[in-house]
Design a binder for this molecule. Structure first.
Ligand code: KG4
Ligand code: ZN
Length: 362
C-alpha cells in the first residue's frame, strides 16, 4: 500500500511517501530561518507558510514519482498535538485529498509518529519503553506493541528541546539552539557538578527542565562574563573554549536526567527489552551515546531513527499511517485536530479496505 504522510504541526511543511513500510521519497520546506528572526516559532506565520507550501510540495512529490493522486491508498496526517492553525492546514489538505480520491485516511498522533519512526529500516521488538524528547514534548511510554502505548510520565513544564533552545538563546546561539549547542559541547569538557539533574528527588516518571535555563543563565553570568559573552554566534568554529565547556556540562545534565528517569521506567517494566528513542533531541550525540551504552549494559536494544528522521518529518507520519492502515485502522473525515496541551483521542476504528469508515457528511 502506498501511504502519503503529511506533517505540519509546527514549523516544517513536509510530505513523504511510504510503500509497504519502506520510505520512497520525501519533500520538506523548513521555516526555521523565518522564525529565527523572532527567536522562536510565531504560530500565525507558521500556518501561513504551511498554506503557501503544502500544495506545491504535494505537486512536486507526485511529479518526482510520476504518480497521480489516485495511486495513493492512504493519506496519513499529523492531527496533533501541535499548533492548531498549522495542523489545520495539513488536516484540511489530507481530508480534501481523501474526499477527492476516496482513499483511506488516518489522523496520526504526532508523538506516536516520532517514536514509530524507529521502525523505518529496522524491525522493532516489543514490549518496549519509548522516550520522546522533542522541542514540545518529553514523555515516557510503555509500548505493548506498535499500536498500544501506555503513558508513564511527561514534562511538567519545559520540554528537553525547549531547554536546549532557551538556554541556547541565553548563550547567544541562533534559534533553534539545540543542534549548535550539541556541536559546541563536542568541543568542550563537561563539569559534572555545574548543572543540577532536575526533578529526580521524587518517585515519578515526570520531568522538569525549566530550572535548567535559569541554571544556564547563572552559569553564563559566572563563567562567561570575563570573555564578554554572550554575543551572537552562528558558527561553532567561532566559539570560545569557556562556552564549549559550559555547553558540554549542559548536555551532560540533560542526558543524565533523561537516563535516570528512563532507567526507572525499565525497573518498573522489566518485561521491556527495547528502548525507542525519538524526537529532535534524540539527534543529540551525547544522548544517543548515553542510551546506547545504557541499553548495551542491560543486554537490551536501542532503536533510534537516523538524525534526519529525529526532527519533524513526514516519513514518520507516513510510516505510522502504514502501520495503522495495514491493521485495517483509520478515521472518518470528521476526526478532530488536537492543539498542544490536549490529549489526542484514541478514536481510530477498523475501516473497510477501500474508503473510509463513518465519514461525516461534508
Ligand atoms: O521533534 P522536533 O522537530 O520538534 C517537535 O516536534 O517539538 O524537535 C526539535 C527540537 C528543537 O528543540 C531542537 O533544538 C532540538 O530538537 N534538537 C536538538 C538537536 N537537534 C535538534 N537538541 C539537542 N541536540 C541536537 N543535536
Ligand atoms: Zn515533533
Amino acid at each position: 500500500m502506498l501511504v502519503l504522510g503529511i506533517e505540519s504541526s509546527c514549523d516544517e511543511t513536509a510530505l513523504a511517501l511510504v510503500r509497504d513500510g519502506v520510505l520512497v521519497d520525501a519533500v520538506l520546506a523548513s521555516q526555521a530561518d523565518i522564525h529565527a528572526l523572532f527567536g522562536g516559532v510565531v504560530p500565525e506565520l507558521a500556518s501561513r507558510e504551511h498554506l503557501r507550501y503544502m500544495g506545491a510540495l504535494f505537486d512536486e512529490l507526485m511529479r518526482r514519482q510520476n504518480l497521480s493522486p489516485a495511486a495513493i491508498g492512504c493519506v496519513a496526517v499529523s492531527r496533533g498535538p501541535g499548533l492548531l492553525g498549522s495542523l489545520l492546514v495539513g488536516t484540511a489538505f489530507a481530508k480534501g485529498l481523501a474526499l477527492g480520491t476516496g482513499c483511506r485516511i488516518v489522523g496520526v498522533n504526532h508523538l506516536m509518529a516520532h517514536l514509530l519512526a524507529c521502525g523505518l529500516g529496522q524491525e522493532l521488538s516489543f514490549p518496549a519503553i519509548g522516550l520522546l524528547v522533542s522541542g514540545g514534548h518529553t514523555s515516557l511510554y510503555c509500548f505493548r506493541d506498535e499500536v498500544t502505548a501506555e503513558a508513564l510520565g511527561r514534562t511538567i513544564d519545559d520540554a528537553a528541546g525547549e531547554a536546549f533552545d532557551k538556554s541556547g538563546k541565553l548563550l547567544g546561539l541562533s534559534y533553534p539552539g539545540g543542534r549548535l549547542l550539541d556541536e559546541l559541547a563536542r568541543r568542550g569538557t563537561p563539569d559534572p557538578a555545574l548543572f543540577p539533574r532536575p526533578y529526580l528527588d521524587n518517585p515519578s516518571l515526570d520531568f522538569s527542565f525549566s530550572g535548567l535555563k535559569t541554571a544556564a543563565a547563572l552559569a553564563a553570568r559566572d563563567l562567561l562574563a570575563g570573555i564578554s559573552w554572550p554575543r551572537p554566534l552562528e558558527r561553532a568554529e567561532d566559539a570560545p573554549q569557556e562556552l564549549c565547556d559550559l555547553c558540554a556540562s549542559f548536555n551532560l545534565a540533560v542526558a543524565e536526567t533523561l537516563l535516570a528517569k528512563t532507567r526507572r521506567a525499565f525497573e518498573r517494566h522489566p518485561e521491556a527489552a527495547t528502548l525507542l528513542l525519538a524526537g529532535g533531541v534524540a539527534a543529540n550525540s551525547l544522548v544517543r551515546s548515553t542510551f546506547q551504552r545504557f541499553m548495551a549494559g542491560r543486554g537490551g536494544r536501542l532503536c533510534v531513527p537516523s538524525p534526519a528522521l529525529c526532527t519533524d518529518n513526514a516519513a514518520m507520519v507516513a510510516y505510522a499511517g502504514w502501520i495503522y492502515a495495514s491493521r485495517g485502522l483509520g478515521h472518518g473525515l470528521d476526526f478532530e485536530t488536537v492543539p498542544r496541551g490536549r490529549r489526542v483521542p484514541d478514536d481510530m476504528a477498523l475501516t473497510p479496505a477501500e474508503g473510509r469508515a463513518g465519514s461525516a457528511p461534508c
